[in-house]
Write a protein that binds this ligand. Structure first.
Ligand code: KG4
Ligand code: ZN
Length: 348
């Protein structure tokens, strides 16, 4: 079965063509066109500009994807597309492109939730040539989603069945990284910049708040942490590299402590078999290490894994994989008359 997938929920225009055979996913093409350079000067993603860029890039990205795959347009069996959540003007470009292709080629559509994509990036295991093996999953699975728009603990008892057991009550953790970086004058996106600087700083230099740590709660809050960075740095010399590195390291340590503690708490509460990370912030090596270490100490027989680095931030391969499992579960199969974009789409 060959799936063409499209992703435009934020600031990457992406498409992929993947041939699935049982547990094998052969990547015929996987193209991402990033708009980060354009949004950099505004210090964040500007939705209208993102939509314009998607409109400009969508067809060239599809042409490049088909070119790389080297197959006739009609050779695909399904078109999987991110229907939400995300920026609505951005989502609409990808959804409309998918509808047009579905209409022209007479192929069915599969509606995919962007966060399912981030979760299913964890199903990728060893690579042989350009084919990945898909992991044989043991459920229940717990996935901590940490992206620019979301921070959620998601419990899965089987494929394509999701229960949100904890989430942020205010800012997403990626957003907190981006805002802290902005305060420190590090540019956009902030996550990679904070991670880089944090390596040279002292994580115990400043005792930033760790909100909602006590009590049985599995929810998160990151807006207080961002405000604490703002207050801490007021009137300070941000040209002092040592100081800025200490703030970055202390901020990152506070965020990671809360994320890992709640994840382990959730894993114990629901007796899960596997723990995964998904979303842009899952690229963070300090977070990966902290989670691995804490799990090893507290639940030694637990399996912990992460998506390949290249597939932590937005891409279309993860949407193809989620689409494949959606087809397996007979969920979200639709047509060009019915598919909609939904900026608030929830996992369920
Ligand atoms: O998943 P993603 O590409 O887009 C959304 O769906 O939101 O995530 C983007 C977020 C941004 O906030 C970015 O700063 C953060 O992921 N990020 C990181 C790292 N790489 C990207 N945060 C911390 N450490 C990183 N290495
Ligand atoms: Zn994302």
């Amino acid at each position: 079965m060959i799936i063409l997938s499209i992703e435009t929920s934020c600031d990457e225009t992406a498409a992929a063509i993947v041939r699935f055979r049982g547990r094998k996913a052969e990547v015929l093409a996987d193209v991402v066109s990033s708009q980060i350079k354009m949004h950099e000067k505004y210090g964040g993603v500007v939705p209208q500009l993102a939509a314009r860029a998607h409109l400009q890039n969508m067809v060239p990205v599809l042409e490049k994807t088909y070119g790389k795959a080297g197959i006739p347009k009609a050779k695909i069996d399904y078109i999987a597309v991110t229907a939400g959540p995300g920026l609505i003007p951005a989502l609409m470009i990808g959804v409309n492109a998918a509808k047009a292709l579905s209409y022209a080629l007479g192929k069915p559509l599969v509606e995919v939730n962007h966060l399912e994509g981030h979760i299913y990036a964890n199903w990728l295991s060893e690579k042989e040539g350009n084919a990945y093996k898909l992991k044989e999953m043991e459920f229940p699975v717990l996935c901590l989603i940490v992206s620019g728009g979301h921070t959620q603990l998601v419990l899965m008892r089987k494929d394509m069945e999701f229960k949100i057991i904890g989430e942020t009550v205010d800012d997403a953790v990626g957003e907190a990284f981006d805002k802290a970086a902005k305060i420190l004058g590090l540019g956009y996106p902030g996550g990679p910049a904070i991670e880089r600087l944090a390596r040279q700083g002292n994580p115990a230099a400043i005792n930033f708040p760790r909100p909602m740590l006590s009590g049985p709660d599995l929810n998160f809050s990151f807006s207080g942490l961002k405000t604490a960075v703002l207050y801490e740095t007021r009137g300070k010399d941000l040209a002092d590299g040592k100081y800025v590195a200490d703030v970055a390291a202390s901020f990152q340590a506070a965020a990671i402590e809360v994320l890992t503690l709640k994840t382990v708490r959730a894993a114990k509460k629901y007796s899960v078999r596997n723990i995964f990370l998904g979303g842009g912030v899952s690229a963070n090596k300090a977070l990966r290490k902290a989670l691995r270490d804490k799990v090893k100490k507290e639940i030694p027989d637990m399996y912990v894994d992460f998506p390949p680095l290249r597939f932590t931030t937005d891409n279309a391969l993860m949407i193809a994989i989620a689409g494949y499992y959606r087809l397996g579960a007979k969920r979200g199969i639709t047509d060009y008359k019915h598919l909609k974009a939904d900026m608030n789409l929830r996992l369920k």
